[in-house]
Design a protein around this ligand. Structure first.
Ligand SMILES: CC(C)(COP(=O)(O)OP(=O)(O)OC[C@H]1O[C@@H](n2cnc3c(N)ncnc32)[C@H](O)[C@@H]1OP(=O)(O)O)[C@@H](O)C(=O)NCCC(=O)NCCS
Length: 109
């Protein structure tokens, strides 16, 4: 039986985190921060041994529940399609809204 617990971040007061607990042990986690467009989700993770049991879905539904409670416009997140399983997000009703290019510079030394 999975129990989802929500915490308001005590330091950054624009953030929440959710823990998925299985018999008191953390098996999943997600973090969300309020911004100008609603809630921005990061660090969604479910322990490998507990995947495909609906925990990721429950965590994202908990984020959406808070967004509705708070009257936020919507929920957004960024993914790297090379490493993220997009099927999960598609199954939850999330679709690409745009593309962001990441720039960097290697420092010698
Ligand atoms: C992505 C992740 C959070 C999904 O968590 P999960 O608990 O396994 O997901 P759920 O069991 O709630 O899956 C819900 C639905 O998503 C889809 N889905 C999830 N994982 C999938 C996979 N590997 N392949 C295809 N579809 C998948 C399925 O439709 C699934 O429903 P079903 O099991 O009834 O078919 C988990 O795989 C994970 O932690 N991955 C590594 C970290 C990561 O990629 N995080 C996101 C970074 S932005």
């Amino acid at each position: 039986m999975i129990n989802i617990q929500r915490q308001f971040c005590p330091i950054d007061k624009t953030c929440w985190q959710w823990f998925a607990l299985n018999e008191g042990k953390v098996v999943g986690y997600v973090h969300a921060k309020r911004d100008e467009s609603g809630l921005f989700v990061s660090n969604l993770f479910v322990e490998e041994a507990h995947r495909r049991q609906g925990i990721g879905k429950q965590l994202m539904e908990s984020v959406e529940e808070l967004a509705r409670e708070e009257g936020f416009f919507g929920v957004r997140l960024q993914v790297d399609p090379a490493i993220t399983d997009l099927d999960f997000y598609h199954s939850q009703g999330y679709w690409c809204l745009g593309t962001i290019h990441t720039y960097g510079k290697k420092l010698g030394g």
